[in-house]
Design a binder for this molecule. Structure first.
Ligand SMILES: *[C@@H]1O[C@H](CO)[C@@H](O)[C@H](O)[C@H]1NC(C)=O
Ligand SMILES: *[C@@H]1O[C@H](CO)[C@@H](O)[C@H](O)[C@H]1NC(C)=O
Ligand SMILES: *[C@@H]1O[C@H](CO)[C@@H](O)[C@H](O)[C@H]1NC(C)=O
Length: 323
Protein backbone atom coordinates (compact mmCIF):
# COMPACT_ATOMS: atom_id res chain seq x y z
CA UNK A 1 0.00 0.00 0.00
CA UNK A 2 1.44 3.38 0.96
CA UNK A 3 4.67 1.88 2.15
CA UNK A 4 6.98 4.76 1.20
CA UNK A 5 4.83 7.23 3.06
CA UNK A 6 4.58 4.97 6.10
CA UNK A 7 8.28 4.23 6.22
CA UNK A 8 8.90 7.94 6.16
CA UNK A 9 6.44 8.41 8.99
CA UNK A 10 8.13 5.69 11.04
CA UNK A 11 11.54 7.14 10.38
CA UNK A 12 10.41 10.57 11.52
CA UNK A 13 8.89 9.14 14.71
CA UNK A 14 12.06 7.12 15.24
CA UNK A 15 14.22 10.22 14.96
CA UNK A 16 12.28 11.81 17.81
CA UNK A 17 12.09 8.75 20.00
CA UNK A 18 15.63 7.50 19.40
CA UNK A 19 17.30 9.71 22.03
CA UNK A 20 14.53 8.95 24.52
CA UNK A 21 14.97 5.22 23.91
CA UNK A 22 18.63 5.53 24.83
CA UNK A 23 17.59 7.02 28.17
CA UNK A 24 15.62 3.89 28.96
CA UNK A 25 12.27 5.14 27.70
CA UNK A 26 10.15 1.98 27.74
CA UNK A 27 6.65 1.47 26.49
CA UNK A 28 6.56 3.49 23.29
CA UNK A 29 6.19 1.31 20.29
CA UNK A 30 7.00 1.54 16.64
CA UNK A 31 3.40 1.17 15.51
CA UNK A 32 0.48 3.39 16.22
CA UNK A 33 -2.09 1.13 17.82
CA UNK A 34 -5.50 2.67 18.31
CA UNK A 35 -6.44 3.88 21.80
CA UNK A 36 -8.12 1.12 23.84
CA UNK A 37 -6.53 -1.55 21.65
CA UNK A 38 -6.68 -4.29 24.27
CA UNK A 39 -10.40 -3.97 24.87
CA UNK A 40 -11.24 -4.32 21.17
CA UNK A 41 -12.72 -7.44 19.60
CA UNK A 42 -10.41 -10.13 18.25
CA UNK A 43 -11.29 -9.13 14.69
CA UNK A 44 -10.63 -5.43 15.29
CA UNK A 45 -7.23 -6.24 16.79
CA UNK A 46 -6.31 -8.52 13.92
CA UNK A 47 -7.23 -5.74 11.48
CA UNK A 48 -5.31 -3.09 13.44
CA UNK A 49 -2.09 -5.12 13.39
CA UNK A 50 -2.56 -6.22 9.80
CA UNK A 51 -2.82 -2.59 8.73
CA UNK A 52 0.61 -1.94 10.29
CA UNK A 53 2.04 -4.91 8.42
CA UNK A 54 0.64 -3.79 5.06
CA UNK A 55 1.75 -0.20 5.66
CA UNK A 56 5.35 -1.28 6.24
CA UNK A 57 5.64 -4.16 3.75
CA UNK A 58 9.02 -4.65 2.10
CA UNK A 59 9.47 -4.17 -1.61
CA UNK A 60 9.02 -7.78 -2.75
CA UNK A 61 11.71 -7.37 -5.45
CA UNK A 62 14.24 -6.09 -2.96
CA UNK A 63 13.59 -7.47 0.50
CA UNK A 64 15.95 -6.09 3.09
CA UNK A 65 17.45 -8.09 5.93
CA UNK A 66 16.16 -6.61 9.18
CA UNK A 67 19.50 -7.32 10.84
CA UNK A 68 21.35 -4.79 8.71
CA UNK A 69 21.41 -2.37 11.63
CA UNK A 70 22.15 -4.99 14.33
CA UNK A 71 25.44 -4.39 16.12
CA UNK A 72 27.44 -6.79 18.27
CA UNK A 73 26.27 -4.74 21.24
CA UNK A 74 22.67 -5.54 20.30
CA UNK A 75 23.25 -9.26 19.71
CA UNK A 76 25.21 -9.72 22.95
CA UNK A 77 21.99 -8.91 24.84
CA UNK A 78 20.81 -12.44 24.00
CA UNK A 79 23.36 -13.78 26.48
CA UNK A 80 21.81 -11.76 29.31
CA UNK A 81 19.14 -13.76 31.24
CA UNK A 82 17.55 -10.53 32.51
CA UNK A 83 17.10 -9.34 28.95
CA UNK A 84 15.72 -12.72 27.82
CA UNK A 85 13.24 -12.91 30.71
CA UNK A 86 11.30 -10.01 29.18
CA UNK A 87 10.13 -12.49 26.51
CA UNK A 88 8.10 -14.13 29.31
CA UNK A 89 7.23 -11.05 31.36
CA UNK A 90 6.04 -8.57 28.74
CA UNK A 91 2.35 -9.05 27.92
CA UNK A 92 1.87 -7.07 24.74
CA UNK A 93 1.49 -7.57 21.01
CA UNK A 94 4.37 -5.15 20.43
CA UNK A 95 8.00 -4.98 21.43
CA UNK A 96 9.17 -1.81 23.16
CA UNK A 97 11.31 0.40 20.95
CA UNK A 98 14.31 -0.44 23.09
CA UNK A 99 14.30 -4.08 21.96
CA UNK A 100 15.15 -5.75 18.69
CA UNK A 101 13.82 -9.11 17.58
CA UNK A 102 17.19 -10.77 18.01
CA UNK A 103 16.38 -14.48 18.09
CA UNK A 104 14.22 -14.83 14.95
CA UNK A 105 14.72 -11.61 12.99
CA UNK A 106 13.67 -12.78 9.49
CA UNK A 107 10.04 -13.59 8.92
CA UNK A 108 6.79 -13.18 7.11
CA UNK A 109 3.32 -12.85 8.62
CA UNK A 110 -0.09 -14.06 7.50
CA UNK A 111 -3.60 -13.73 8.90
CA UNK A 112 -4.80 -17.18 9.90
CA UNK A 113 -7.86 -18.99 11.15
CA UNK A 114 -7.36 -21.75 13.73
CA UNK A 115 -10.28 -24.03 12.88
CA UNK A 116 -11.20 -26.69 15.39
CA UNK A 117 -12.37 -29.73 13.41
CA UNK A 118 -12.73 -32.17 16.31
CA UNK A 119 -15.17 -31.31 19.10
CA UNK A 120 -14.73 -34.70 20.68
CA UNK A 121 -11.88 -33.78 23.02
CA UNK A 122 -11.86 -32.51 26.60
CA UNK A 123 -9.47 -29.66 25.81
CA UNK A 124 -10.62 -26.19 26.82
CA UNK A 125 -9.99 -22.58 25.82
CA UNK A 126 -8.55 -22.01 22.39
CA UNK A 127 -8.29 -25.78 21.91
CA UNK A 128 -12.08 -25.92 21.73
CA UNK A 129 -12.97 -22.45 20.38
CA UNK A 130 -10.23 -21.96 17.82
CA UNK A 131 -9.84 -18.35 16.79
CA UNK A 132 -8.33 -15.84 14.42
CA UNK A 133 -4.78 -14.62 14.55
CA UNK A 134 -1.45 -13.96 12.94
CA UNK A 135 1.17 -16.56 12.07
CA UNK A 136 4.78 -15.47 11.68
CA UNK A 137 7.02 -17.99 9.95
CA UNK A 138 10.59 -17.07 10.66
CA UNK A 139 14.17 -18.16 10.59
CA UNK A 140 16.83 -17.61 13.20
CA UNK A 141 19.28 -16.81 10.42
CA UNK A 142 19.69 -16.58 6.67
CA UNK A 143 22.63 -18.99 6.72
CA UNK A 144 21.61 -21.63 4.16
CA UNK A 145 23.49 -24.35 6.04
CA UNK A 146 21.46 -24.07 9.24
CA UNK A 147 17.83 -23.19 8.62
CA UNK A 148 16.28 -22.50 12.04
CA UNK A 149 12.57 -22.54 11.25
CA UNK A 150 10.25 -21.11 13.89
CA UNK A 151 6.57 -20.31 14.21
CA UNK A 152 4.97 -17.58 16.28
CA UNK A 153 1.19 -17.95 16.39
CA UNK A 154 -0.89 -15.21 17.98
CA UNK A 155 -4.60 -15.80 18.56
CA UNK A 156 -6.56 -12.66 19.40
CA UNK A 157 -8.90 -12.70 22.41
CA UNK A 158 -11.73 -10.18 22.50
CA UNK A 159 -11.15 -7.68 25.31
CA UNK A 160 -8.04 -9.37 26.66
CA UNK A 161 -4.37 -9.98 25.97
CA UNK A 162 -3.66 -12.26 23.02
CA UNK A 163 -2.55 -15.84 23.52
CA UNK A 164 0.66 -16.90 21.83
CA UNK A 165 2.16 -20.20 20.73
CA UNK A 166 5.87 -20.59 19.99
CA UNK A 167 6.74 -23.67 18.00
CA UNK A 168 9.99 -25.12 16.74
CA UNK A 169 11.28 -28.30 15.12
CA UNK A 170 14.52 -28.27 17.09
CA UNK A 171 16.55 -25.43 18.58
CA UNK A 172 19.20 -25.81 15.91
CA UNK A 173 16.65 -26.03 13.12
CA UNK A 174 16.64 -28.42 10.19
CA UNK A 175 20.18 -28.31 8.90
CA UNK A 176 20.49 -27.27 5.26
CA UNK A 177 16.90 -28.19 4.32
CA UNK A 178 15.48 -24.90 3.03
CA UNK A 179 11.89 -26.10 2.75
CA UNK A 180 9.95 -24.48 5.58
CA UNK A 181 7.24 -27.13 5.30
CA UNK A 182 9.64 -30.06 5.74
CA UNK A 183 9.10 -30.74 9.42
CA UNK A 184 6.47 -30.79 12.16
CA UNK A 185 6.61 -27.93 14.65
CA UNK A 186 5.86 -28.27 18.34
CA UNK A 187 5.85 -26.44 21.66
CA UNK A 188 7.93 -29.30 23.11
CA UNK A 189 11.24 -29.85 21.37
CA UNK A 190 13.95 -32.47 21.82
CA UNK A 191 16.75 -31.99 24.30
CA UNK A 192 19.99 -31.36 22.50
CA UNK A 193 23.29 -29.74 23.34
CA UNK A 194 22.48 -26.19 24.39
CA UNK A 195 24.31 -23.19 22.96
CA UNK A 196 25.34 -20.32 25.25
CA UNK A 197 22.19 -18.43 24.19
CA UNK A 198 20.03 -21.46 25.11
CA UNK A 199 21.82 -21.49 28.46
CA UNK A 200 20.93 -17.83 29.02
CA UNK A 201 17.26 -18.65 28.30
CA UNK A 202 17.36 -21.49 30.84
CA UNK A 203 18.73 -19.05 33.43
CA UNK A 204 16.04 -16.53 32.47
CA UNK A 205 13.35 -19.14 33.26
CA UNK A 206 14.91 -19.96 36.63
CA UNK A 207 15.03 -16.25 37.47
CA UNK A 208 11.34 -15.58 36.68
CA UNK A 209 9.25 -14.31 39.58
CA UNK A 210 6.94 -16.76 41.35
CA UNK A 211 7.46 -20.32 42.54
CA UNK A 212 9.37 -22.82 40.46
CA UNK A 213 6.18 -24.81 39.77
CA UNK A 214 4.48 -21.66 38.43
CA UNK A 215 7.02 -21.36 35.62
CA UNK A 216 7.96 -23.42 32.53
CA UNK A 217 9.79 -26.66 33.33
CA UNK A 218 12.60 -25.57 30.99
CA UNK A 219 13.32 -23.85 27.71
CA UNK A 220 12.45 -26.97 25.70
CA UNK A 221 8.79 -26.69 26.63
CA UNK A 222 6.67 -23.59 25.99
CA UNK A 223 3.52 -24.49 27.91
CA UNK A 224 -0.11 -24.39 26.74
CA UNK A 225 -2.03 -23.81 29.98
CA UNK A 226 -2.78 -20.12 29.42
CA UNK A 227 -4.04 -20.81 25.89
CA UNK A 228 -6.39 -23.50 27.31
CA UNK A 229 -7.79 -21.16 29.98
CA UNK A 230 -9.70 -18.72 27.76
CA UNK A 231 -11.74 -18.97 24.55
CA UNK A 232 -11.35 -16.53 21.68
CA UNK A 233 -14.42 -14.54 22.77
CA UNK A 234 -12.80 -13.93 26.17
CA UNK A 235 -14.71 -16.55 28.20
CA UNK A 236 -12.63 -17.81 31.11
CA UNK A 237 -12.70 -21.59 31.56
CA UNK A 238 -13.84 -22.87 34.99
CA UNK A 239 -11.86 -26.08 34.67
CA UNK A 240 -8.84 -25.88 32.40
CA UNK A 241 -7.93 -29.01 30.41
CA UNK A 242 -4.63 -28.32 28.70
CA UNK A 243 -2.64 -30.39 26.25
CA UNK A 244 0.91 -31.18 27.28
CA UNK A 245 2.02 -30.92 23.72
CA UNK A 246 0.70 -29.68 20.39
CA UNK A 247 2.14 -30.52 17.01
CA UNK A 248 1.64 -28.72 13.71
CA UNK A 249 2.08 -31.08 10.79
CA UNK A 250 2.87 -29.18 7.58
CA UNK A 251 0.85 -29.41 4.38
CA UNK A 252 3.59 -30.93 2.23
CA UNK A 253 1.95 -29.58 -0.96
CA UNK A 254 2.98 -26.06 0.03
CA UNK A 255 6.66 -26.91 0.36
CA UNK A 256 9.56 -26.47 -2.04
CA UNK A 257 12.77 -28.30 -2.87
CA UNK A 258 15.16 -28.72 0.02
CA UNK A 259 18.00 -27.15 -2.01
CA UNK A 260 15.95 -24.21 -3.37
CA UNK A 261 17.91 -21.07 -2.48
CA UNK A 262 15.11 -18.58 -3.24
CA UNK A 263 14.33 -16.37 -0.22
CA UNK A 264 11.74 -18.26 1.87
CA UNK A 265 9.73 -15.05 2.21
CA UNK A 266 9.20 -15.02 -1.56
CA UNK A 267 7.94 -18.62 -1.47
CA UNK A 268 5.56 -17.81 1.38
CA UNK A 269 4.15 -14.80 -0.51
CA UNK A 270 2.93 -17.21 -3.23
CA UNK A 271 0.65 -19.20 -0.89
CA UNK A 272 -3.00 -18.52 -1.75
CA UNK A 273 -5.58 -17.39 0.76
CA UNK A 274 -7.62 -20.29 2.14
CA UNK A 275 -4.68 -22.73 2.20
CA UNK A 276 -4.39 -25.27 4.97
CA UNK A 277 -0.87 -24.59 6.27
CA UNK A 278 -0.78 -27.12 9.09
CA UNK A 279 -2.88 -29.83 10.67
CA UNK A 280 -2.98 -29.32 14.42
CA UNK A 281 -2.87 -32.23 16.84
CA UNK A 282 -2.51 -32.35 20.59
CA UNK A 283 -1.96 -34.80 23.42
CA UNK A 284 -3.22 -34.53 26.98
CA UNK A 285 -0.24 -36.12 28.74
CA UNK A 286 3.42 -36.42 27.88
CA UNK A 287 3.22 -40.08 26.82
CA UNK A 288 -0.21 -40.00 25.11
CA UNK A 289 -0.93 -40.40 21.41
CA UNK A 290 -1.60 -37.22 19.42
CA UNK A 291 -5.25 -36.47 18.59
CA UNK A 292 -6.02 -34.38 15.52
CA UNK A 293 -7.96 -31.29 16.64
CA UNK A 294 -7.91 -28.73 13.85
CA UNK A 295 -6.26 -26.84 11.05
CA UNK A 296 -4.39 -23.60 10.57
CA UNK A 297 -5.77 -21.91 7.45
CA UNK A 298 -4.58 -18.73 5.76
CA UNK A 299 -7.14 -15.92 5.59
CA UNK A 300 -4.91 -13.61 3.58
CA UNK A 301 -1.42 -13.78 2.12
CA UNK A 302 2.02 -13.73 3.71
CA UNK A 303 3.64 -10.30 3.88
CA UNK A 304 7.19 -9.57 5.03
CA UNK A 305 7.34 -6.18 6.73
CA UNK A 306 9.20 -3.82 9.01
CA UNK A 307 6.39 -4.14 11.55
CA UNK A 308 6.49 -7.96 11.49
CA UNK A 309 10.25 -8.02 11.98
CA UNK A 310 10.77 -5.11 14.37
CA UNK A 311 7.61 -4.62 16.40
CA UNK A 312 5.18 -7.55 16.39
CA UNK A 313 5.79 -9.49 19.60
CA UNK A 314 4.91 -13.03 20.65
CA UNK A 315 4.89 -13.04 24.44
CA UNK A 316 6.09 -16.40 25.82
CA UNK A 317 3.46 -18.09 28.01
CA UNK A 318 4.69 -19.17 31.46
CA UNK A 319 2.07 -21.19 33.32
CA UNK A 320 3.07 -24.85 33.01
CA UNK A 321 1.02 -27.92 32.13
CA UNK A 322 -1.10 -29.54 34.85
CA UNK A 323 -3.10 -32.71 34.88
C1 LIG B 1 21.94 -1.37 19.27
O1 LIG B 1 23.26 -1.08 19.60
C2 LIG B 1 23.64 0.28 19.42
C3 LIG B 1 25.10 0.42 19.79
O2 LIG B 1 25.88 -0.45 19.05
C4 LIG B 1 22.80 1.18 20.29
O3 LIG B 1 23.10 2.53 20.02
C5 LIG B 1 21.32 0.91 20.02
O4 LIG B 1 20.55 1.65 20.94
C6 LIG B 1 21.00 -0.56 20.16
N1 LIG B 1 19.61 -0.76 19.80
C7 LIG B 1 18.76 -1.40 20.58
C8 LIG B 1 17.34 -1.44 20.11
O5 LIG B 1 19.10 -1.95 21.63
C1 LIG C 1 -13.01 -22.62 9.15
O1 LIG C 1 -14.01 -22.26 10.05
C2 LIG C 1 -14.85 -21.23 9.60
C3 LIG C 1 -15.79 -20.84 10.70
O2 LIG C 1 -15.91 -21.80 11.68
C4 LIG C 1 -15.58 -21.67 8.36
O3 LIG C 1 -16.33 -20.60 7.88
C5 LIG C 1 -14.57 -22.08 7.32
O4 LIG C 1 -15.24 -22.63 6.23
C6 LIG C 1 -13.62 -23.09 7.86
N1 LIG C 1 -12.62 -23.33 6.85
C7 LIG C 1 -12.31 -24.53 6.44
C8 LIG C 1 -11.31 -24.62 5.34
O5 LIG C 1 -12.77 -25.53 6.95
C1 LIG D 1 -18.51 -28.69 16.67
O1 LIG D 1 -19.55 -28.19 17.49
C2 LIG D 1 -20.34 -27.18 16.89
C3 LIG D 1 -21.34 -26.70 17.88
O2 LIG D 1 -20.84 -26.63 19.16
C4 LIG D 1 -20.97 -27.68 15.62
O3 LIG D 1 -21.66 -26.63 14.99
C5 LIG D 1 -19.91 -28.22 14.70
O4 LIG D 1 -20.50 -28.78 13.56
C6 LIG D 1 -19.06 -29.25 15.40
N1 LIG D 1 -18.00 -29.66 14.50
C7 LIG D 1 -17.61 -30.93 14.40
C8 LIG D 1 -16.48 -31.17 13.45
O5 LIG D 1 -18.10 -31.81 15.03
Amino acid sequence: MTSMHSLLRLTVIGAFLGPLALQGFIGRVLGELPAGYNSMSALEKQQALWEQIEDTSYDSQNMPLPTEDFTMANISKLFDPNYDSVSYLLKSDELPRTRLKLAHPYGSVCMVHFNITNNDTSFTGLFRSGGIGLLRMSSGNMDQTAIAVGLGLKIFISGQNSQNFLLLFTRAGQGSDRNFFANPMSNVIPAEPATPVDGAFEKAILALPGKREENPENGLNIPLFEQASVTSDGTKEEKVVTPYRMTLTPNADLGWASDDTKDFRTHLADIPMGSVLYTVSARRRRGDEDIEIGQLITSGQFVASVYGDKTLFFSHPRTPWKL
